[in-house]
Write a protein that binds this ligand. Structure first.
Ligand SMILES: Cc1cc2nc3c(=O)[nH]c(=O)nc-3n(C[C@H](O)[C@H](O)[C@H](O)COP(=O)(O)OP(=O)(O)OC[C@H]3O[C@@H](n4cnc5c(N)ncnc54)[C@H](O)[C@@H]3O)c2cc1C
Length: 340
């Protein structure tokens, strides 16, 4: 007899009681996987005052939402979150458990996987299943895409970054069940989150941007990086970066694009002083038109873009920025008066 498969789960995240976009995107994918496998799509959410959030998850595709609601869960606390999630998994035995590749997910997923003695594929860029419910978890590796399968342990756990999947249109008429979860009282914790300090958000979100300027190690210095930033400002573009830029402290981790960073899908991507390593390029596969500036004519980036400029970016960018500014000024002066 064929083994009955468990549901597909999403560990949802909330901030200020609002469901995070990445959780809704995961739910969109979980719904599709669940429909293909003929199982339920369910979600877990922990926090405080979560009535609206639970309804949003049902509107986004969940058949059932497990809600752990208590004042001491309002902020993410790694150990209670792990304990509650693992207890629910042990009771309900999901086939698949998806988490966002976020600050929370990157900590909670390995903690839970270790407790549940199961596998975890981090930062997946694709998910599909075979007929037995084995999840093929795609990650970029060894210069290509590699599929990881966890055939013997359940749940099959994966983290996925924001922007990889699309959320479903919310359907306020969808019916689902909200299941309150018993939350253990506040205990003495080795580690406790006291406050979450939100950095000022960037003016243009990378994942939503139409134009992305992305700088790499070739910027050379903090001063060089400032020129890359000026290009983004002149174009009204979002500013992204590669790993070495984060390591140098020129830009925050939040700006990193790629396998361990953000996934972007702009109309135009301009890569400056970067080599086109696969771990970065996997984050820009959704770009429609790509250009690059690199001083090395043999750089691999030129094999991957539509337009290449072989130049020292610290010399080329200031000239380009002046041209863009002049062009903008001319356009402003030439704009015909609006007809009312
Ligand atoms: C598991 C794993 C995950 C990773 N995840 C990510 C990720 O998410 N995102 C990411 O970005 N990286 C990631 N990396 C790192 C990645 O492999 C590369 O090391 C990184 O992307 C390289 O960044 P870069 O192109 O800026 O630097 P480099 O590879 O050093 O390239 C710099 C380029 O700049 C050019 N250059 C130098 N000076 C100038 C100049 N003056 N003008 C113009 N061009 C110049 C050079 O010719 C060179 O091509 C990951 C690595 C691993 C192992």
């Amino acid at each position: 007899m064929k083994k009955r498969l468990g549901p597909v789960w999403v560990m949802a995240e909330q901030r200020g009681c609002e469901v995070e976009t990445v959780s809704l995107q995961l739910l969109g994918k979980a719904r599709r996987l669940a429909d293909e496998l003929g199982v339920a799509c369910e979600s877990v959410i922990l926090g405080h005052n979560l009535g609206e959030a639970a309804r949003r998850l049902i509107a986004g595709g969940a058949d059932r939402v497990f809600v752990g609601d208590a004042p001491h869960l309002a902020l993410y606390q790694s150990l209670p979150y792990r304990d509650i999630l693992c207890a629910l998994v042990e009771e309900h035995k999901p086939e698949i458990l998806l988490l966002g590749s976020t600050f929370l997910g990157r900590e909670l997923a390995p903690l839970a996987a270790a407790r549940l003695k199961t596998g975890l594929a981090a930062h997946c860029t694709g998910l599909r299943h075979d007929k037995d419910g084995n999840l093929e978890q795609q990650i970029p590796a060894y210069g290509g895409l590699m599929s990881i399968v966890c055939p013997n342990r359940r749940p099959q756990m994966a983290t996925v970054a924001k922007g990889v999947f699309k959320a479903a249109e919310p359907d306020e008429n969808r019916k689902g069940e909200i299941v309150p979860v018993r939350v253990p009282g506040e205990t003495e914790l080795g580690v406790r989150t006291l406050e979450i300090v939100q950095e000022a958000p960037p003016e243009i979100e990378l994942e939503e941007a139409d134009v992305v300027v992305c700088g790499g190690a070739g910027a050379g210095s903090a001063e060089g990086w400032e020129i890359v930033r000026e290009l983004a400002v002149a174009l009204g573009a979002a500013l992204g970066c590669t790993r070495p830029v984060v390591d140098e402290g020129w830009a925050p981790l939040d700006a990193m694009i790629g396998q361990s960073g953000k996934m972007v899908s702009p109309r135009v991507y301009i890569g400056v002083g970067l080599s086109g390593e696969q771990q970065h390029m996997v984050g820009v596969v959704g770009a429609q038109f790509m250009a690059a500036v690199n001083q090395d004519p043999k750089s691999a980036i030129f094999q991957q873009v539509d337009l290449g400029v072989v130049e020292d970016c610290r010399k080329f960018l200031p000239v380009l920025i002046e041209k863009i500014k002049a062009f903008r000024k001319e356009r402003t002066f030439c704009r015909p008066p609006s007809v009312s």
